[in-house]
Design a protein around this ligand. Structure first.
Ligand SMILES: C[S@@+](CC[C@H](N)C(=O)[O-])C[C@H]1O[C@@H](n2cnc3c(N)ncnc32)[C@H](O)[C@@H]1O
Length: 324
């Protein structure tokens, strides 16, 4: 950390980015703390938002993680090590940290295509989204939803994916057992289908990232000592009826959660910094207890609407397991 840690922290808070990001920014743009504000304001990469609404998105929690000192690990050096997010979803944590080198992956093919197209072909994507924006209606939504994605170009898949996410009910992504997207039209008033400004920021943030569609276990092949891995898997259900495991058509229950714990332990033994979010349930707590004295289980509270009636809205606890 540079000497003026407090000033760095306050500027980071003002711009809603992580202090680590400011340090990297100073190195990249060769500027000093004194003039960073003006350079930062002109830059395109300030605080992108996730470009999709995603169930389990961590945007609201990132600040809490920082305030509670759960993230990022003090010793993680973003100038020499890599950040991995193998269940990237909407990528809220990636966009919060904005690391220099990152490997992002997810099993959801359309999501991964969308990331790749934003990275490589953002101008064409913006143009296509504008077309969707002009034509949007319930009938149009149903027509686009019915398209078979394996017959479309990556550009059309990405635009369709973002369009459906912006206009579908509650921004849900849900597929049936055959893997077909089945969310109804959302009747949103004036949905922002083409958020050009944000897409350009996301494009800039993805500049030196690698993006893959792959199972999270593949992270074991490339993570090295000193790298930082954040796992945000499909949560273990709080109750039998609460299960939401339809981001992909594969389930993520006891067997899968136990395998993930084993991957966590392998990375821990390899000297990686590992952080994992999950539901605060007896099964998950037991899975991560008595492993190693460096591994701690911490609670955070997520504002979540549990049901559509006001009385059912509240804060539910989640756990964050860290090894640093
Ligand atoms: C809780 S969400 C992640 C949310 C994300 N942190 C955010 O801020 O939006 C879990 C993600 O895991 C992905 N997923 C499910 N099974 C997977 C697997 N075996 N390997 C990699 N990703 C998987 C889903 O597609 C989903 O995007």
């Amino acid at each position: 950390m540079p000497e003026n840690k407090e000033l760095l922290k306050s500027i980071a808070t003002e711009f809603n980015v992580h202090p680590i990001h400011l340090r990297m920014f100073m190195a990249n743009f060769k500027c000093e703390l004194e003039n960073i504000k003006s350079v930062f304001e002109k830059s395109n990469i300030v605080s992108p938002k996730p470009f999709v609404k995603w169930v389990g998105g961590k945007r609201q929690l990132a600040k809490q993680f920082r305030d509670l000192d759960l993230y990022p690990p003090d010793e993680f050096n973003p100038e020499t090590a890599t950040y991995f997010e193998p269940f990237v979803g909407g990528g809220a944590m990636f966009f919060d940290l904005l690391p220099q080198e990152a490997v992002l992956s997810d099993m959801n093919q359309e999501l991964v295509i969308a990331y790749s197209v934003i990275k490589k072909n953002v101008d064409a994507l913006i143009k296509k989204l504008r077309e969707h924006q002009k034509k949007n209606s319930k009938e149009y939504y149903l027509k686009i939803r019915a398209q078979e994605t394996n017959k479309l170009s990556p550009l059309s898949v990405a635009a369709r994916f973002i369009y459906l996410n912006r206009t579908g009910f509650n921004g849900l992504y849900r597929v049936n057992r055959k893997g077909i997207f089945n969310v109804p039209y959302g009747d949103n008033k004036n949905p922002l289908i083409c958020d050009e400004k944000n897409l350009r920021k996301v494009n800039a943030a993805l500049k030196s990232t690698k993006i893959f569609r792959q199972d999270y276990k593949k992270v074991l092949n490339s993570a090295r000592k000193g790298d930082f891995i954040y796992f945000d898997p499909p949560y273990y259900p709080v109750s039998k009826t609460a299960a939401f495991t339809s981001y992909t058509k594969e389930a993520f229950l006891e067997k899968e959660q136990t395998e993930l714990r084993d991957v966590f332990m392998k990375l821990h033994k390899q000297g990686c910094f590992v952080m994992l979010s999950n539901s605060d349930t007896p099964f998950i707590n037991k899975l991560y207890s008595n492993l190693d004295k460096k591994i701690t289980t911490n609670k955070v509270f997520a504002g979540r609407s549990i049901n559509s009636k006001g009385s059912g809205r509240g804060k539910i606890s989640e756990i964050v397991v860290i090894n640093y």
